[in-house]
Design a protein around this ligand. Structure first.
Ligand code: HDL
Ligand code: ZN
Length: 423
């Protein structure tokens, strides 16, 4: 009996695609990079860090950028848009991108998928009819509901310690929420050490601009105290395309991460604020230099590096670099790459070069509800790519089993992350 026939007979699936889909849907996910927060960080009003529900979903910064293409600032000035209430902004976006135009973009389709999966009619002309349903949701229970719908078992946060609002929350005392894991995000420390150093001094760390032994010791104390406070499972930074090296990274951060035995995540390629009027949507991306990554992997063999790059053109060399360094873990299709055509291309390339030893996706969700669509869409694409790869393997004579497909799904969607965390 041909292997494919045995596989399908044993699994009771009519096709390989059906079997792969069922296995991926059933596999709980550990989402290794999001901007989500539990309710304790505030879940309403302009300072609430937990974004959730209809108006946050529709005013996602990706959609803000897109609506200013449909109605340019010459017609609706940025200041006039930002003066609107969040509901008024959402109504404007809904009218322009979902009623006057077909919601074909990935960010638009995501809202449609989310509403449909929540059991709400995505074809409404006005959002008003859905607002009552969201008002009836309890934010804490809603987190469980969304995680169940998305089959996400753990949400990894991005805890920006240099953000005054978030830092104040932590200093006021935040009860840990087992559904959320902390990550210490330290962009200013690497991007503008002189300014960051002054803040550390104000916070009671005895540092000076010169990277003296005392300063390095105090920077490590800062990192240690905040990793304890947020219970960070790794440290992270987003770096511009021009990033080549950083003394503070090499003298303080990486030695600290090695001593604490936690990975360091570098997200390289973000060019901040090209259009500041768009606020969170102000940024664009650029080509990074893979040598900045390989140099660190080579010179810091006892450190572990999660790396994601923002330029499509960097993806192949990142995958090749990962063949050279076991302490390099490529992850996700980040930001402007988180679109079906590019997720397909990148995932296919990574599996062909690295097999099951990568982390194919993170959601980067900023609004809780987005977990539903970001993972539904990514599971579909991962399933399509894996189906093709399994069919190729079966054609080569491999006696593929359902248990192997389940093991692979577990590695891709949780174990590769957990194992790399533990070192
Ligand atoms: O720096 C980052 O972590 C990026 O993901 C930015 O937050 C970006 O604005 C974003 O949300 N991308 O999806
Ligand atoms: Zn992010």
């Amino acid at each position: 009996m041909p292997h494919i026939t045995r596989l399908l007979t044993e699994s009771g699936s009519p096709t390989v695609a059906d079997l792969v889909t069922r296995v991926l849907v059933a596999q709980p996910i550990i989402d290794m990079h999001t901007h989500l927060y539990p309710p304790g960080f505030g879940h309403t009003g302009p300072d609430g860090l937990m974004l959730w529900g209809l108006d946050d979903l529709v005013t996602y910064h990706y959609l803000v950028a897109e609506v200013f293409r449909a109605v340019p600032a010459t017609k609706l000035p940025y200041a006039q848009f930002w003066a609107m209430s969040k509901a008024e902004q959402a109504d404007h976006i809904w009218k322009q991108l979902f009623v006057e135009r077909t919601p074909l973009s990935e960010a638009c389709r995501g809202v449609i998928t989310t509403l449909s999966k929540l059991g709400l009619d995505p074809g409404v002309k006005s959002l008003a009819s859905h607002r009552q349903w969201f008002r009836e949701q309890n934010p804490n229970d809603y987190i469980d509901h969304v995680m169940a719908l998305a089959n996400v078992k753990s949400i990894t946060m991005t805890n920006a310690v240099f953000d005054d609002n978030e830092r104040a929350c932590w200093l006021a005392g935040i009860a840990p929420d087992p559904r959320f894991k902390g990550v210490l995000r330290i962009d200013p420390l690497l991007l503008d050490w002189p300014t960051a150093g002054k803040k550390l001094s104000a916070w009671g760390y005895n540092v000076e601009e010169a990277l003296t032994e005392k300063t390095i010791r105090e920077v490590k104390r800062f990192l240690n105290e905040w990793c304890d406070r947020v219970q960070a499972i790794y440290c992270a930074v987003s770096l511009p395309p021009e990033f080549r090296e950083s003394p503070i990274l090499e003298m303080a951060v990486l030695p600290f991460c090695e001593e604490r035995n936690i990975p360091f995540a570098m997200m390289i390629g973000s060019r901040r604020g090209v259009n500041p009027e768009l606020r969170d949507a102000a940024d664009t991306g650029g080509l990074a230099d893979i040598r900045a990554v390989t140099s660190l992997c080579q010179r810091f063999p006892n450190n572990r590096f999660f790396v994601t790059l923002l330029a499509r053109e960097n993806q192949h060399e990142l995958a090749v670099a990962a063949r050279k360094f076991g302490n390099l873990m490529p992850f996700g299709c980040w930001w402007f790459l988180n679109n079906p055509s590019l997720i397909d291309e990148i995932t296919r390339m990574r599996i062909e070069l690295l097999g099951t030893t990568v982390i194919p996706q993170h959601s980067d969700a900023r609004v809780l509800d987005q977990l539903i669509y970001k993972w539904d869409h990514s599971r579909t694409i991962l399933g399509r790519v894996l189906t093709e790869k399994y069919q190729d393997l079966l054609a080569a004579g491999w006696p593929l089993t359902k248990a192997e497909i389940e093991r692979d799904a577990r590695q891709f969607l949780q174990d590769n992350f957990l194992i790399f965390l533990g070192g």
